[in-house]
Ligand binder design. Structure first.
Ligand code: MTE
Ligand code: MO
Length: 373
């Protein structure tokens, strides 16, 4: 069993798949912490978790002209300044279950929990690339490719890439992280080193990082080229052509209700609704609207979170609203929707954004509850 060496996991997680291990925290726990405790942080693995000996670990960085830099953990920690970034990570498949209710899709049936936030500590990717001999070139169309140390039975490793300009940008804050919430990166999250690309889909945040190179082509990985792309609702598995769509990078604005859970019974006096809201590309969330009547009337929720500069708002906002329950109601259809710094909004329904892979599911989130008599 290639998965026999996987680490132990927290029993509160909802497991979507055991081998490889994919799991999310229940909404009520997720919404309790601005920084998600690592044991509750969602886990998305395509392959067995590799065993990496930190003393033998060596990151290979292929520089210009065929020169390869080999960096031990010690090198990374002592040759480069340490930086910390609070960033939310979201899987492209978060909230897929809402899409599969419209029409079946292919993929893990994630609820609202394939998103979490941590304070990541490590070194800037741009510092390491500069050390390997690269200079910032704003016009460059190249890509920085990452490969993990996790492999399938044929020896194929997980991989992904991001644009070179993003990797080198002083504003993009791309990290090679060895810490999560002030402690050593846990095995499930990429020990000893992972990429953290703030504002960018989870899939590019390569864990167990083994190798970095720069190329005129995107990563040749299956997960870069033939997965994690969006399509029109009319495209099916007979007509889909992965070469026609760009790889998902920045994610659209989303929000979800973490509490109360669907089907709960709430008091007839007042109700407190809690949730998260986040947008990709460093676009902060500027407002969250909540409705108790399916979207007919709206109230503005109170938000809390870390102050981050415009364009670098990498972390989610947690929000909350306490409101009286309208007299005589027996059921509430609670809805939330967020607005980001570019005034992007969420679509009201899932149907028109349905796609065969069930990615980018970011419509208004509904939770239906019963009002106590
Ligand atoms: N990196 C490697 N090496 N292997 C993987 O399977 N999964 C990716 C990404 N990085 C993956 C990986 C995907 S799809 C997501 S959503 C995030 O890691 C999940 O990160 P987490 O498990 O720390 O939450
Ligand atoms: Mo993902």
């Amino acid at each position: 069993d290639p998965y026999a060496g996987d680490p132990p996991r927290h029993p509160a997680l909802h497991v979507n798949s055991l081998k490889p291990f994919n799991a999310e925290p229940p909404g009520e726990l997720l919404g309790e912490h601005f920084l998600t405790p690592p044991e509750l942080f969602f886990k998305r693995n395509h392959l067995p978790v590799p065993h990496v000996d930190p003393d033998a670990y060596c990151l290979k960085v292929e520089g210009p002209g065929g020169r390869t830099l080999s960096l031990s953990l010690q090198d990374l920690q002592h040759r480069f300044p340490k930086h910390e970034v609070t960033a939310t990570l979201q899987c492209a498949g978060n909230r897929r279950s809402e899409m599969s209710r419209v029409r079946p899709v292919k993929g893990l049936d994630w609820g609202i929990g394939a998103i979490s936030t941590a304070r990541w500590g490590g070194v800037w990717l741009r510092d390491v690339l500069a050390d390997a001999g690269f200079a910032e070139e704003p016009e460059s169309q190249r890509h920085v490719c990452f490969e993990g140390l996790d492999q399938d039975l044929t020896g194929t490793a997980y991989g992904a890439s991001i644009p070179f300009y993003q990797a080198m940008s002083a504003r993009a804050d791309v990290l090679l992280a060895y810490e999560m919430n002030g402690a050593v990166l846990p095995r499930d999250h990429g020990f000893p080193l992972r990429v953290v690309v703030p504002g960018t889909v989870g899939a590019r945040n390569v864990k167990w990082l083994g190798r970095i190179w720069v190329s005129t082509e995107e990563s040749p990985s299956h997960w870069q080229r033939n997965d994690y792309k969006g399509f029109s609702p009319g495209v099916d598995w007979d007509t889909v052509d992965y070469t026609t769509a760009p790889a998902i990078q920045e994610l659209p604005v989303t929000s979800a209700i973490t509490d109360p859970p669907p089907g709960a019974t709430v008091a007839s006096s007042e109700v407190t609704v809690k949730g998260y809201a986040w947008s990709g590309g460093g676009r902060g969330v500027v407002r969250v609207d909540v409705s108790l009547d399916g979207g007919h009337t709206w109230q503005v929720a109170e938000m809390q979170g870390e102050q981050q500069p415009p364009g670098q708002a990498w972390a989610w906002k947690l929000w909350q609203l306490t409101a009286p329950v309208p007299p005589g109601t027996t059921e509430l259809d609670i809805v939330c929707k967020a607005v980001d710094a570019s005034y992007n909004v969420q679509p009201d329904t899932v149907g028109p954004i349905w796609n065969l892979r069930g990615v980018l599911s970011h419509a208004w989130h509904h939770v239906r509850v019963t009002v106590a008599e």
